[in-house]
Design a protein around this ligand. Structure first.
Ligand code: NAP
Ligand code: ZN
Ligand code: ZN
Length: 347
């Protein structure tokens, strides 16, 4: 074991504060990574504050990790000290079930191991995420980063990027698709960029009228303010696909009603309370309401390569580690442009 500094929440109501944690020494198939940057996902906040239940304290969030390999175990192939790599939301899975066999580790039948707040078979405690100086991860859950500059803006691809890429691909969004993205935060802004790069005509649905110019710059052809009933009426139907990234309680029915026959709305935003679906929102036009969880390792690598090819990174605000509590406060006010990323050199 080795000691490592990080930032942890000691309880659901405590601000995050500096701590020291123990990491395992790398085993034969492990890679030890010095973390350079870690993105700040709204899931970090939901978990730190136990909004979904089940948080074990101290809790160290962070699953949008970019770092440098400093040590590779004897059986590691494909990674060597000095390589720039990524770690996303997963650090292990059973690797034997049908989901894992298909590279869909996020749907592992035996439960994936999340980067934070999951049982850690190595230490007997829970996993600790990226708000730390270093992490040790099995090579099978480490991603190759081809970008050489702007690494801080690559970090958010590891969760916000893959969480939006995976459903866009699964529901075959492409040229000719009419797509809606709901909420312009970390996930939403990646949704705009990726759907636009895939050739779709994208509309942003937002509660923040002041984000309209940014939305157009990020790839939206149209912007609709959801709190304006006239604008929602004018948006009318005809959407093939809508991606809802909203982190708070909201009415999904006016959005479902924008789908064309057989259209699909995918919920990736995960507010703590159930969403009320009016049956007729689905019954008319045989609409689908689905969910999607991050993405598996092969698809995450595919997304990173797609982004490298299309010159896509996140729009970020780089912060120092001790600014994390302010960043959470701003995230709750929808005041994120459009992902906070922690500079680990500040820790
Ligand atoms: P974020 O940066 O805070 O963005 C959420 C956006 O939702 C806000 O910027 C805001 O956009 C909109 N919003 C906030 N409150 C709202 C309200 N009361 N009504 C309507 N819209 C509201 O969060 P994020 O990091 O993108 O994460 C979004 C959600 O996805 C979180 O719940 C997170 O836990 C979840 N998530 C899920 C997965 C998955 O695998 N499914 C993966 C990662 C994250 P506007 O200002 O444009 O309205
Ligand atoms: Zn996340
Ligand atoms: Zn499995």
């Amino acid at each position: 074991m080795f000691a490592c500094v990080g930032f942890a929440a000691a309880s659901a109501t405590a601000p995050l504060a500096r701590t020291t944690l123990q990491r395992r020494d790398p085993g034969p198939t492990d890679v030890r990574i010095d973390i350079l940057y870690c993105g700040v996902c709204h899931s970090d906040l939901h978990t730190a504050r136990d909004e979904w239940g089940g948080t074990v304290y101290p809790c160290i969030p962070g699953h949008e990790i970019v770092g440098r390999v400093v040590e590779a175990g004897a059986e590691v192939r494909g990674f060597k000290p000095g390589d720039i790599v990524g770690v996303g939301c997963l650090v292990d899975s059973c690797r034997a079930c049908s989901a894992c066999a298909e590279g869909l580790e996020q749907y592992c039948e035996n439960g994936f191991v999340g980067t934070y707040n999951s049982p850690d078979t190595h230490t007997g405690g829970v996993t600790y995420g990226g708000y730390t100086k270093a992490i040790v991860v099995d090579q099978a859950f480490v991603l190759k980063i081809r970008a050489t500059d702007n690494l801080a803006a690559v970090a958010p691809l590891l969760c916000a990027g893959i969480t939006t890429y995976s459903p866009l691909r699964h529901w075959r969004v492409g040229r000719g698709s009419k797509v809606g993205v709901v909420g312009l935060g970390g996930l939403g802004h990646m949704g705009l960029k990726l759907a636009h790069a895939m050739g779709a005509e994208v509309t942003l649905f937002t509660t923040s009228a002041n984000k309209a110019d940014d939305a157009r710059r990020l790839g939206a052809a149209h912007v609709v303010v959801t709190r304006d009933p006239d604008a929602m009426t004018r948006a009318s139907g005809g959407f093939d696909f809508i991606l809802d990234t909203v982190a708070a309680d909201h009415d999904v029915n006016p959005l479902l009603n924008l789908l064309k026959r057989d259209g699909t709305m995918v919920q990736v935003g995960a507010p703590e309370k159930p969403l009320a679906v009016a049956p007729f929102s689905l019954i008319f036009k045989r609409r689908n309401f689905a969910g999607s969880l991050i993405g598996g390792l092969p698809e995450t690598q595919e997304m990173l390569d797609f982004c490298a090819e299309h010159g896509i990174t996140a729009d970020i605000e780089l912060i120092r580690m001790e600014q994390i509590n302010d960043a959470y406060a701003r995230m709750l006010k929808s005041d994120v442009k459009y992902r906070f990323v922690i500079d680990m050199a500040s820790l």
